[in-house]
Design a protein around this ligand. Structure first.
Ligand SMILES: CC(C)(COP(=O)(O)OP(=O)(O)OC[C@H]1O[C@@H](n2cnc3c(N)ncnc32)[C@H](O)[C@@H]1OP(=O)(O)O)[C@@H](O)C(=O)NCCC(=O)NCCS
Length: 383
């Protein structure tokens, strides 16, 4: 295999390799003179962010089309009716140490949901779609319930009349959020719902391709998303901003990071070679929400960091950069940032699991062996 100047071999990390065909998502990573593009089943993310809702996006991803009015009403009713957790899962949450990290709780709770699904091992496409919808409905409930249980509060039951985002905020806070906050979270959910063969989606597809159960595939995906190079980056962004403190300290902090050869969370992307189209919306929302709170310090720091990182390394912000300050402005605790990503991305994972099951083939790549040449086996006494 050819070595690149960086010392990596061609295709390492599956860079530039197409492993399958998909109808779910299209990404054009763009370039210095060309904007990047992101489409969910042919619809531009810019249109979806401004005009759609998370429920519409879920219909688009799971059924393949934007819903008609009656399909949308049906889906809302269905999701509203599926939000409550099985009592044993709620009990399980209540039995956990309060220090358990939300992503670890989510990963284990998804796995536990299989116990109450009599069709857990059914890998037909229709049943997979039902499971996907149920998990879309319940991911938010798990995280909101855990956030309350760990602080000694009683979980708030879901309100089937509310939209997905507004209901999540109600369950997490115990009181209704205002329209601006609910809409901001709804847009975040739309923007994070799907992203082609990213690491967590790929792990879900690899897992389901063995024809194991849906819950195992999604458990793989949650564990993969948690990593700081993937969905965990949004929490890293917020920690960095908190550590820096004020806009005037950003430049020096960035220089120090680069001098120490540290990566800066929220920047760079395997596919985008220019601005991530999702960041365009999140940047705007971060400013709007900051202004509304009467404090744009975090936004001002973000802009300063964006400028410094672009100038020094030519890297643009990815989805995790401005989503951090948006979540913070909505009042979400830092360690729920990555779980919120999962609360949205469960729609994309489910769409990909369904697509994989519709035309399945085991995913089994090769590696280039660079270990020892064949050698004689010595019994333990002779080594
Ligand atoms: C997203 C990411 C994992 C993509 O990784 P990748 O395609 O494997 O790219 P690499 O990590 O090999 O980076 C390529 C080069 O850019 C640099 N780079 C990439 N992202 C960087 C960052 N956030 N900060 C500083 N340098 C970065 C690397 O150090 C490397 O430089 P080198 O060639 O001089 O060694 C990477 O950009 C990253 O780690 N970003 C920070 C984490 C993050 O925000 N993740 C969320 C992604 S949506």
């Amino acid at each position: 295999m050819a070595q690149k100047p960086s010392g990596r071999f061609e295709g390492e990390g599956l860079e530039g390799i197409k492993v399958s065909q998909t109808e779910v998502c299209f990404i054009d990573g763009g370039g210095p003179d060309r904007a990047a593009k992101l489409l969910y089943r042919g619809y531009n993310i810019h249109d979806l962010a401004v005009q759609s809702s998370y429920e519409e996006t879920v219909h688009l991803l799971l059924y393949g089309t934007l819903p008609t009015r009656s399909q949308l009403d049906d889906l809302r009713r269905k999701l509203g009716g599926m939000r409550a957790l099985p009592p044993e899962v709620l009990k399980f949450l209540q039995s956990l140490p309060r220090t358990a990290k939300p992503m670890d709780v989510l990963r284990t709770a998804v796995s536990a949901l299989s116990f109450s699904d009599p069709r857990s091992d059914d890998v037909s496409v229709e049943v997979a779609r039902e499971k996907g919808l149920r998990l879309v409905a319940q991911f938010g409930t798990i995280m909101a319930a855990w956030d309350r249980v760990r602080s000694g509060k009683v979980p708030v039951p879901p309100d089937p009349e509310l939209g997905h985002a507004a209901n999540f905020l109600l369950m997490q806070r115990g009181q209704k959020a205002d329209d601006l906050e609910s809409r901001a979270l709804d847009v975040c959910l739309v923007l994070h719902a799907e992203h082609d063969f990213n690491a967590s989606t790929f792990s879900a597809r690899v897992t389901i391709a063995t024809l194991t159960d849906f819950y195992s595939a999604i458990t793989s995906a949650v564990g993969t998303l948690k990593g700081p190079l993937h969905g965990g980056a949004n929490e890293g962004v917020m920690k960095n901003l908190n550590e820096i403190g004020t806009p005037d300290k950003v430049e020096g902090w960035v220089q120090k990071q680069f001098a120490a050869k540290q990566k800066i969370m929220g920047f760079g992307h395997r596919v985008y070679k220019t601005e991530d189209p999702r960041a365009t919306h999140l940047r705007k929302m971060s400013l709007e929400l900051g202004k509304r709170r009467g404090n744009t310090t975090l936004y001002d720091m973000s802009i300063a960091m964006e400028g410094a990182v672009k100038r020094e390394k030519g890297l643009s912000p990815n989805v995790d950069f401005y989503s951090a300050t948006v979540y913070h402005a909505i009042g979400l605790p830092l360690d729920l940032f990555t779980p919120i990503f999962a609360v949205s991305r469960i729609a994309g994972w489910s769409a990909h699991v369904i697509e994989q099951l519709s035309n399945n083939r085991l995913i089994r790549p090769l590696s280039e062996y660079v270990g020892a040449a064949e050698r004689p086996y010595l019994p333990v006494e002779k080594r």
